[in-house]
Design a protein around this ligand. Structure first.
Ligand code: 13P
Length: 339
């Protein structure tokens, strides 16, 4: 198969008008923090049990089309001895992998950050492909302050995302391009719209300059919301501002926009996704989800590391996945939370 045909097939397997992505790619320190919060000990074994649990529930593939895994998980097996990527594929869920190596301060741009991991990426990808991965994710992070992101921060982060995307497409992996504008802070919704517009514009400018195939990548952005110090805006407002900003900056050639949940509650993330899918005019892309916390928080709380809780934990996961698939149709109602 040519690289183009391989990329096209992966897009077709990942993007439809109903399902979304499960981000289960927390680094070990991050998942340890999440486990600690609900009293689960974080070991390679508990992480294996937990991530097998997420992918083995009956019907997962009805709502989830792809899963972003962390490197450790690629080598782990379920209780039947299948590798986790094999388990995902058996459910109709395309396995993918987070390939960035975390972030640190961007020298010369106080307050901004930059992500690591380009060196040796092509070689790592060849190894991940043998283990079953077909798409990748890379996250750049943009804090909002009066001064951030700086012009240098915007340029440097966009350049990283474009270079990452090019390496992945060359190796036959669909890149998920994730510029996360942080919700932390007391900024207004207008400021969030302004920053997201600058970020998305700079990212697509860089992708264009590098010659990325827009048809074969997925954008994973933040929603336009007020900073976390303020109450969340109404879903209609989030939807309107987010879509207006996306229309100004994201080419129609991009097949899908799959949002991160970024610290919203599970219910907020679902309601906001729903509101965007109720506005059908002038949105050329699939508007979907690629949530970590908003899909997994209730699952960890139900599981608590106890084998007796596997069924309720899987039910909690299927419920959130189903409600988000419903939101993709613009047919979610708050009453469904308790039904
Ligand atoms: P959240 O949905 O928890 O923001 O995570 C998505 C993700 O993949 C962050 O990189």
């Amino acid at each position: 198969m040519s690289v183009q045909a391989e990329l096209q097939k992966t897009i077709e397997d990942m993007v439809d008008d109903r399902r979304g992505l499960l981000a289960a790619d927390e680094s070990t320190p991050t998942i340890t923090k999440r486990f600690d919060a609900v009293g689960i000990e974080s070991t390679a074994e508990t992480r294996r049990q937990y991530r097998s649990l997420l992918l083995s529930g009956e019907g997962v593939g009805d709502y989830i089309s792809g899963v972003i895994l962390y490197e450790e998980t690629l080598d782990q097996k379920d209780d039947q001895g299948r590798s986790i990527p094999e388990l995902a594929a058996s459910q109709g869920v395309v396995p993918g992998i987070k390939v960035d190596k975390g972030k640190g301060p961007l020298p010369g741009a106080p307050g901004d950050e930059i992500t690591y991991g380009l060196d040796g990426l092509a070689e790592r990808l060849r190894n991940y492909k043998e283990k079953g991965a077909r798409f990748t994710k890379w996250r750049e992070v943009y804090p909002i302050t009066d001064r951030n992101p700086t012009a240098l921060g915007l340029r440097a982060n966009a350049e990283m995302l474009a270079r990452y995307a090019m390496v992945c497409q060359q190796e036959g992996f669909v890149p998920i391009v994730e510029p996360e504008v942080l919700i932390d802070g007391d900024h207004s919704m207008e400021r969030s719209a302004e920053v997201n517009e600058q970020v998305w514009h700079s990212v697509f400018h860089a992708l264009h300059e590098h010659g990325a195939s827009l048809e074969h990548l997925i954008l994973k952005p933040s929603m336009v919301t007020p900073g976390k110090a303020h109450p969340m805006a109404a879903p209609e407002q989030v939807a309107e501002q987010t879509l207006r900003t996306l229309r100004r900056t994201v080419p129609a050639a991009v097949p899908a926009i799959m949002f991160l949940s970024g610290g919203q509650t599970p219910e907020q993330a679902t309601a906001n996704l729903d509101a965007m899918n109720r506005i059908r005019e002038r949105t050329p892309w699939h508007i979907g989800f690629s949530y970590a916390r908003a899909l997994q928080q209730p699952v960890m709380e139900a599981w608590k590391g106890n084998p007796d809780n596997v069924n309720p934990a899987q039910e909690a996961f299927l419920k959130r996945a189903r409600l988000n698939a419903t939101a993709r149709q613009g047919e979610y109602e708050a009453g469904m939370e308790t039904a």
